[in-house]
Design a protein around this ligand. Structure first.
Ligand SMILES: Nc1ncnc2c1ncn2[C@@H]1O[C@H](COP(=O)(O)OP(=O)(O)O)[C@@H](O)[C@H]1O
Ligand SMILES: [Mg+2]
Length: 300
């Protein structure tokens, strides 16, 4: 493992160095909107473009990245949190060499990580810092403590919404909590399952209007939309990524365009606790304080 002095030196240089990984969370208010499918396919596009990609399955308790890709991991995050193995030991490899940290399903205790578990996970993730260009976090849906935690750990938050009114209202609820309780102002939008680009744009406009009206200074960057596509469902059933099966299809092209947009806007929109958190924690340690850290002192 990297020594602490090295980590400190790197952190105190300030800001994200060009070699720092981009940490993106993919999240939603409502479940079943396509987050996992988007994460898996985005990871493959990035890897095809030559980036080293790490995917964290952070839908703890209802994890399914591995299932979507037909992989059968022996270990997962639960074993790490239980102290049975290190995070690097649970890593599995997916298509195009993407690295995946799988989680487990049906384990109630993972649904709300304790502060100690959050710190332990953040510290373990630091180990990968040098070896990756992008870290994609597939969060659960909703406004639970875990969802908030992983979103505040990211430098960019991508909110996935579908045209269903419940998906839009739940997305607003999520953005509202992240704005009001965690001070996050910038979000990126992907509108999934649309019947036309016009429908996608309309959903983005609606959500933007509501956010401007009730939350004031929130900025939503529209990344693009993905059509409702029966072939995506087929690929999920076959446990294959749609960008691999049909790279020239409309959905693959749309997602490739979205990824290009993300590539072109490299600057972090949020501080991203993965570094920030650790920095504060190490500073406190150096001062001999037992104050636990940045994000965990925030109200949950
Ligand atoms: N663009 C799309 N077109 C058609 N079906 C889709 C699309 N995106 C997702 N789905 C369907 O939605 C289901 C839920 O997707 P998933 O990625 O598991 O959502 P989440 O991770 O948000 O719960 C998938 O099983 C798939 O059948
Ligand atoms: Mg999912």
């Amino acid at each position: 493992m990297k020594d602490q002095a090295h980590t400190l030196r790197k952190l105190f240089e300030g800001g994200s160095s060009p070699t720092s990984p981009q940490v993106l969370s993919v999240t939603s208010g409502k479940g079943g909107v396509g987050k996992t499918s988007i994460v898996v396919n985005m990871a493959i596009i990035l890897a095809t473009r030559g980036y080293k990609v790490l995917v964290l399955d952070a839908d703890l308790g209802l994890a399914n990245i591995d299932v979507m890709l037909g992989l059968t991991p022996k270990h997962n995050i639960k074993h790490v949190l239980d102290g049975q193995c290190l995070l690097e030991d649970v890593l599995i490899e997916g298509p195009q060499g993407i690295k995946i940290i799988p989680s487990s399903s049906g384990i109630q205790e993972l649904v709300d990580l304790s502060r100690e578990q959050q710190i332990s996970l953040i510290n373990s993730l630091d180990y990968f810092e040098q070896d990756i260009d992008y870290m994609l976090i597939d969060t659960g849906a909703g406004i639970s403590r875990n969802v908030m935690y992983f979103n505040t750990a990211a430098q960019k938050i991508i909110v996935v919404v579908t045209p269903e009114p419940t998906s839009i209202t739940d997305a607003y609820a999520l953005i509202k909590v992240l704005r009001r309780q965690y001070g996050i102002k910038r979000f990126n939008l992907i509108i999934n399952n649309v019947s036309s680009t016009a429908e996608g744009d309309q959903v983005a406009r609606k959500l933007t209007m509501v956010c401007e009206r009730f939350l004031g200074d929130v900025v939503l960057d529209m990344l693009g939309c993905i059509p409702r596509d029966a072939r995506i469902t087929e690929c999920i059933k076959d446990q294959k990524a749609f960008v691999a099966v049909n790279p020239s299809g409309e959905s693959s092209k749309r997602l490739a365009r979205i990824v290009r947009r993300l590539e072109q806007s490299q600057c972090p929109q949020n501080s991203g606790n993965i570094q920030f958190f650790l920095k504060r924690m190490l500073l406190d340690q150096a001062k001999g304080s037992n104050h636990a850290g940045y994000s965990i002192s925030r109200p949950y």
